[in-house]
Write a protein that binds this ligand. Structure first.
Ligand SMILES: Cc1ncc(COP(=O)(O)O)c(C=O)c1O
Length: 387
């Protein structure tokens, strides 16, 4: 179905941060399939894990124990400080699990009509519940009636949450991105996370962090919520978890980890041996190659570099980023830049109409970062000058 507005290019091969199209032309991938291929393309550790596992066992069923799932679950819980994981196949499904968990937890306490606080400009997925949670009318339009039970507040606005809390005794959780991705790489003030934690503790709400775009080392920490020491009750992951093999995960700790029990949720494919083995290879490589440190280092270089290169350029409103999650906000819609970059051999993205979004692989080297900086800064400058 015509659900995608596709660019006129098809890639047939990749290696590291590079992709080759059907004509053999090479492109620098500064998007990683939208924050998915953190280890770049054709990483030997992922390739070997997938090939080896495909020769052993691809799928059984959650009717049985799955050792690879147990191994990945143990790794993820240990690294995140969480207690349990539910495995799904995508980000939207990971969030569905979190939403069901929050509702069921309320029902178990006798609350009949629970509501979850969500933010304006957020993005949580395209299933009915997650598009209802999403703070973007374009994503919702035409799919009404929406799923009830979400209360929307502005992002990075603690006072608005306090007002909502005073008026809505049925709130049971907050679902929030630590940095808004689709919303335009919006980085909240440093005390937002800690204050959210404080509010959740005061009201007995669950703090659910959607780390689907920010997680797996992208921001220079394994999870973005770690930057401010905020410990969520529930964390959702997908995208970068298995470098392109579909997987989603909903992690929970404490009482929240005990809410979903047999029969309350499930997935045929979720946590199958192939996806879990790929994810384990990704996690091992992230640590073995210190890709989190590299994301922090190359990200800081790019942030400073773009700020210097574009300083004083009219039409550039703001340049922000954390690790290898960067946004360059212009004063005008700039979707055309994606095609111009493609012509120049660069894969970038524009989100929220005017924000150039960069999500390069975590394996990005300094020379590759230099090339990206030079070429893209020049392109943006020419675009703004000519527009
Ligand atoms: C923060 C966030 N949550 C959820 C999703 C949905 O993930 P998926 O497309 O895997 O369903 C996305 C995808 O862009 C996302 O960025």
């Amino acid at each position: 179905m015509a659900t995608y507005r596709r660019l006129p290019v098809a890639f047939v091969r990749g290696e590291g941060v590079w992709l080759w199209d059907t004509d053999g032309r090479r492109y620098l991938d500064a998007l990683s399939g939208i924050a998915v291929c953190g280890l770049g393309h054709a990483h030997p550790a992922v390739r070997e894990a997938i090939c080896d596992q495909a020769g052993l066992l691809v799928h059984t069923s959650n009717l049985y124990r799955i050792p690879e799932q147990e191994r990945l679950g143990a790794m993820l819980t240990e690294m995140s400080g969480m207690d349990r994981v539910f495995f799904a196949n995508s980000g939207a499904e990971a969030n569905e699990a979190a939403i069901k968990l929050a509702r069921l937890s309320a029902h178990q306490r006798g609350l009949e009509n629970p509501a979850i606080l969500v933010a304006e400009n957020s993005f949580h997925g395209r299933t009915l519940a997650t598009l209802s949670a999403t703070g973007n009318r374009k994503v919702q339009a035409g799919f009404e009636p929406l799923v009830q039970g979400f209360v929307r507040v502005p992002y990075d606005d603690i006072a608005a949450i306090e007002t909502a809390a005073a008026n809505r005794p049925n709130i049971v959780a907050i679902l929030v991105e630590p940095i808004q991705g689709e919303g335009g790489i919006r980085i909240p003030t440093a005390d937002y996370g800690p204050k959210l934690r404080e509010l959740c503790d005061r009201h007995g709400w669950l703090l659910i962090c959607d780390e689907i775009q920010t997680g797996m080392g992208r921001t220079g920490r394994l999870f973005a919520h770690e930057h401010h020491g905020t410990a969520p009750d529930v964390v959702t992951l997908a995208k970068g978890l298995a470098n392109g093999v579909p997987i989603g995960a909903c992690l929970a700790r404490g009482a929240a980890a005990e809410v979903l029990g047999p029969g309350s949720h499930g997935s045929t494919f979720g946590g199958n041996p192939l996806a879990c083995r790929a994810a384990r290879a990704v996690l091992e490589t992230i640590f073995a190659e210190d890709l989190i440190g590299n994301a922090a280092e190359q990200g800081a270089y790019l942030l400073t570099g773009f700020r210097e290169a574009l300083s004083g350029v009219r039409g550039v409103i703001d340049i922000r980023g954390q690790g290898l999650m960067l946004g360059i906000e212009l004063d005008r819609p700039c979707a055309d830049l994606v095609g111009l970059a493609l012509d120049a051999g660069l894969l970038i993205n524009v989100t929220a109409e005017r924000v150039v979004r960069l999500l390069p692989p975590l394996i990005l080297t300094r020379p590759e970062a230099e090339q990206l900086l030079q070429e893209l800064a020049g392109l943006i400058e020419r675009y703004l000058g000519a527009a």
